[in-house]
Design a protein around this ligand. Sequence first.
Ligand SMILES: [Zn+2]
Ligand SMILES: [Zn+2]
Ligand SMILES: [Zn+2]
Length: 730
Amino acid sequence: MEFVPTLYPTTEEFNNPIEYLSQLRVQKIGKRYGMVKLVPPSDFKPPLSINTDTFKFITRLQNLSQLSLVNRNRLFFMKQLNNYNKAMKSMAPILTKPYVLGSQSTDKIYLHDLFVCIYKYFNKTIVSPKEHIMGNKRLWSSVNRSQDNKGAYLLEKIFKKYIFSYYNYLYKMVKEAPKTGLQSLLYNDETPRSLLEEEDAFEEDDFELAETDENLDHDVCSVCSKLVDDISVICTECSNAFHLSCIENTGKDINGTDWFCNNCIVGNGYYGFKEEKEFYSLPSFRKLAGYKAGTTNTELSNKEVEELEDEFWSIVNDSDRNISVKYGADIHNSKPGEITGFPTEEYKRFDVLSNERIDFEEYSKYFNHPMNLVNLPNAKGSLLPLLEQNISGMTIPWIYIGSKFSTFCWHLEDQYTLSANYQQEGFPKVWYSIPEDSNTNLQSYLKDLAPDMFDKQPDLMHQLVTLVSPYSKEFKKANIKCYKVIQRPNEYVITFPKCYHAGFNTGYNFNEAVNFTLDLWLKYGVEAAEDYKETNKMCVFDMNELMFNILLTFINHKKETTKKEQHISVVLARQSYKLALRAFNEASRASDLIYPKVIKTVIELNKPLVTENYKGKRVRESSQQYYIFCSKCKTICFFTFVLHKSQSKGASRKRKKLDLESIVDWNAAAKNNNWELFCLTDYKLHVEKKGDKILNDADFSNGDLLVHIRNSEEISDLLKAADLKLDKIL
Ligand SMILES: [Zn+2]
Ligand SMILES: [Zn+2]
Ligand SMILES: [Zn+2]
């Protein structure tokens, strides 16, 4: 596999990293390879500055073969078949392997692979197996080809023995379901349980759940969300509760001891890492991982790394190997000495202060260096300071403590920002990079490998739990470009916008990472917000707010700049103007369609266009309260939204009239009052869905309010001013 280019910036370039990375030459490399490796000038050697006495972290347990997309899907399927057979009190034996052996003992025939072949053959629909599958010569010869010609007759026989009854059950269920597709059989589960989760194991989020989640006692029906009563049943697998009246017609015997819900038979496709309960200190984890600071030789040749790559991917690809490793990932502590491994003003290592080993002057030169990852998000030219909010993991470094074969799965950076990752110490980290122009091919490859999984978990790739080997022959056939980096201590890896990346650690190591932006990123940020809306993923910051901040800063920008003021380039201002104008026009058009035709009442919140003018420091700690999220697509509403007071959900009539203008946290208000907040796109869909009702029901939109969040005159004044200033420059 080809390596990503390594760059060696001069001291001057390295001291101004945003400008350096914005050079056309560097940008071209970044776009082509997805990432670059950056080797600092030779005198840049920041000593690791972490407080080893207080720095503690928990690790996640990574079962490597379960991370493989294909293996995980096969294991799910085995579990689903077993649950089905238990639910039906069938005499079929419980499967312990996801495959059966063919004519030779090395000949594994994976049951799920047969299912997927058939699923794809019929365009992702479930057909009548009696009519369309059994005896369908053309189908079975197609399945046979995809299974390396193990024999059409044998494969059909295996289907009949192990899968037919289950498939027929799915078919009957789908036929009766109001919507088509497997996903229509699933209940919406806020706290899903993975079918691969072992008893007693608990997951990442359980810490918080234990305190906040009222549903933990399973007193709410998973179908209708209402309290369960005596006439209810609990699923053996996931322990969720169901009203008997809500699970009618599922054809399962509910009188026995075992009852299984649809999510556990159809499969919810959900997977998450388990987190360990105890904390590690750096010394205790180093010891566990067999690393001795100062003595262990962590140098590996490229050849040695290659051998480890082979071993890593063969473990991931082999469903029979059950190897789990520990990864202290996404560590975000907040006390000085625990936030970063870079030297900072707030935490000075004792041996530095006592001047035993390191010269303090030498040490302190790293405090304000822009490539100290604490500083990079705020470095000259980065746009994130304009947001005036700290976003953990994005603008504050997260630390990663790896052990041999611990891994980070395929993912894109949040809102398609760039990221910088620095290795403080330890064994090499291997990175794989899929550049932007291969994104589409990667996505179709993944969906082709596991079409049923993506139907159930459309945002699977946002979950960071999925690996596929870039070395497999299918991957290469899918025409996906992939490059690699071997990152060693004192080296940076910079990922560019929309670069899919994954990788693993060849042994113990200590890395940290942050996100940052360049001017070139802006259009990616807007694209990300649009993509997130499609997959209902929440943004961590508001692109519109950022763009209006850029314009405001640009307009107020005087010739004599103070140090703290951001310099906005004309190119960036012009691009922001274009994108902000487009967003504003779209919002105005959408609101004209609704008011006064559908909604009769408008309220004005007159929120300031931007919360605080840029003062060189961030003032807002929490964005969650401040942003208004659409209840449907989770997009952040910047201009307008519709407040829909649901009539049916038993809202109390006695409630005193709320002063809408004084609401600070709209999302909380919506939750407490059973309102829905619609972005205008979703309100339009909502109206269209009830199209017939509108004609017959004059009260349809009664009570719905169109809410202008910000003053539209103020917005258009700002846009005009920006336009004027840009015109002058031209
Ligand atoms: Zn119910
Ligand atoms: Zn269940
Ligand atoms: Zn929406």
